[in-house]
Write a protein that binds this ligand. Structure first.
Ligand SMILES: Cc1cc2nc3c(=O)[nH]c(=O)nc-3n(C[C@H](O)[C@H](O)[C@H](O)COP(=O)(O)OP(=O)(O)OC[C@H]3O[C@@H](n4cnc5c(N)ncnc54)[C@H](O)[C@@H]3O)c2cc1C
Length: 302
């Protein structure tokens, strides 16, 4: 039995592991995809204190090295459910079961999909949610992107470095991201913004051939081999609602203490209800949740 099981190896989960380990607790981290979570998909981070500029992947790698050096155990397993019987938590994954005295859920958020027919089949075959992962496949080609926030802006700038043209489709006639990113995007000649447009369906069955969109009420087609979808994120917390309350949008209802209605269960990072979802706030939650979990375990032993 571990002292603490952390679900999710993003910034929040790995920071939680760091603080729990430094409190002398044994820690197992369970991660369904890759180390780093969202930040690992960010080409450039410029707002993490003490680091002037870095790729998100480098930040994630540094944090992972820090916790594995301290003795964190890591398994690539998807958590399916968490149950509590008496004082013991059982965490069931797609590979088996693990037990712990305390659990910290740090599962972040998932990419929002446009939701049109064929999206599942076309994902990885022209539709992508991560420009840093898939952008280079389209070097020297024209690509399209849909979205109007910071992620969309960052992705468009990255793609513009090696794609001939980047068409950016936005629902309105403005962006909702940092002014510095908007300015940088406007300065790029090979980024073509298509404001007031709404994508309504995909073209292609096994490979993306393009998409249908509406502009001023008129239906049009845009032919492309790549569409990057950056329209926001949603939480995926329903599987844990037996032990932790969710708010109306599906985020864990908790506060900066990261507590849930179940003793010994804590939530951290983008998966919980809060206003600012950033690297710094995710790390802050991870620290708070781990301190609370350590205190809980210490009290158990008294
Ligand atoms: C493209 C992009 C650029 C960004 N740029 C910046 C920036 O410049 N500055 C900044 O401060 N913030 C930035 N952010 C936001 C920042 O990355 C997030 O706020 C922060 O990383 C959230 O961390 P987290 O650990 O809470 O969640 P996540 O990073 O989402 O990590 C959650 C982890 O949990 C795993 N997981 C989920 N469900 C399960 C399950 N059932 N079982 C096992 N594992 C599971 C996921 O695979 C994931 O690895 C950016 C985000 C994106 C997408």
């Amino acid at each position: 039995m571990k002292d603490v099981i952390v679900i999710g190896a993003g910034a929040a989960g790995m920071t939680a592991a760091l603080y729990a380990l430094r409190n002398g607790k044994s820690v197992l981290i369970l991660e369904e995809e890759t180390v780093g979570g969202q930040i690992a998909t960010s080409p450039r981070v410029e707002n993490f204190p003490t680091i002037k500029e870095s790729s998100g992947q480098d930040i994630a790698n540094g944090l992972f090295e820090q916790i594995t050096d301290l003795g964190a155990e890591f398994e690539l397993e998807k958590v399916l459910k968490v149950e509590k019987d008496g004082k013991v938590f059982t965490v069931t994954t797609d590979y088996g079961r693990h037990e712990a005295k305390a659990v910290i859920i740090a599962t972040g958020v998932k990419h929002k999909h446009l939701g049109f027919a064929g999206e599942e089949e076309l994902t990885g075959n022209g539709i992508s949610y991560c420009a840093i992962c898939d952008g280079a496949f389209y070097a020297g080609q024209e690509v399209a992107l849909v979205g109007d926030g910071n992620t969309a802006l960052q992705y468009a700038l990255l793609l513009s470095n090696y794609c001939t043209k980047v068409y950016v489709f936005t629902l309105f006639d403005k962006f909702f991201g940092d002014a510095s990113l908007v300015k940088a995007l406007r300065a790029k000649e090979n980024i073509i913004v298509k404001p007031n447009t709404m994508i309504t369906g995909y073209l292609g069955e096994t490979e993306l051939e393009g998409f249908v969109y509406k502009e001023n009420g008129e239906e049009k087609k845009h032919y492309t081999k790549a569409l990057f979808v950056a329209i926001g994120q949603v939480p995926d917390n329903k599987r844990f609602e037996n032990l932790a309350d969710l708010d109306k949008d599906g985020y864990f209802a908790s506060d900066e203490r990261c507590l849930t209605k179940t003793e010994g269960l804590f939530v951290a990072g983008d998966c919980r209800a809060k206003k600012v979802r950033q690297l710094t706030t995710a790390c802050c939650d991870g620290a708070c949740a781990a301190m609370a979990a350590s205190e809980f375990i210490d009290k158990m032993g008294q």
